[in-house]
Design a binder for this molecule. Sequence first.
Ligand code: MLT
Length: 254
Amino acid sequence: LIDVAFTGKGLRPADAIVVLDVLRATSTVTQALAVGYRQVVCVESIERAAAWRGPGRVLAGERHCVRPAGFDLGNSPRELTGDRGELLVLATTNGAPTIVAAARYARTVLLACVLNLEAVAGALRGSDGLHHRDVQIVCSGTGGSVAVEDAYLAGRLCAELNGRRTDAARVAEAVARTYPTPLQALAASAGATALRAAGLGEDIAYCARESTLGVVPRLAGTSAGAAIIVEAGQAEQDGGLPALVDDRDTVGAR
Ligand code: MLT
């Protein structure tokens, strides 16, 4: 079954969940892993990020689109041109909390954006050995409401997958067909308007570059309520979950 939730409120148990926040949290996580960060720790709030401070750790995030006071970076994937540490801690308004919430509903949680569209579609089709009967694609949205750029990408991903689909998946596919290019979908969104107003309009075109990265970010586990994201396959290569993952936390509890 291929299903779509247009906001995080629709999260439900599934074999695999794919979380989207095209503008910009999942684009930022994908870019971070692509430039060499080994882990991205997604936290629910700006306040929680501070507890993760430490050597080799870089704090990134946003409040109203811009870098919070005391943080090293904002939430712009353009800022991530090289790894400045082992670990990126990411606190954002909508995307990071949705990623944290998704960890409670599935063992396999992947993150998608336009930058890694083909890589995630390939992983879901099974080329990476992931075979799932029930896939839920979850849009982070904005403030609990649907965001057009996330609905667009959900539709693009659905169109890449075979199988029975829900009406929500069909609606997403219809949205995707409305826009000839990713840039047109992203540029039409309220999120883009907010980014332009904050002087971050260049992020829109940056996040619209289709399948330029081969990285598939994947949930490795949770630690103290944070979601630990690594490149798919890295946990297996390391012979287990990364050191940060706390065994006392449940991973993928249903
Ligand atoms: C979010 O998680 O709310 C977004 O990524 C906001 C942003 O574009 O920074």
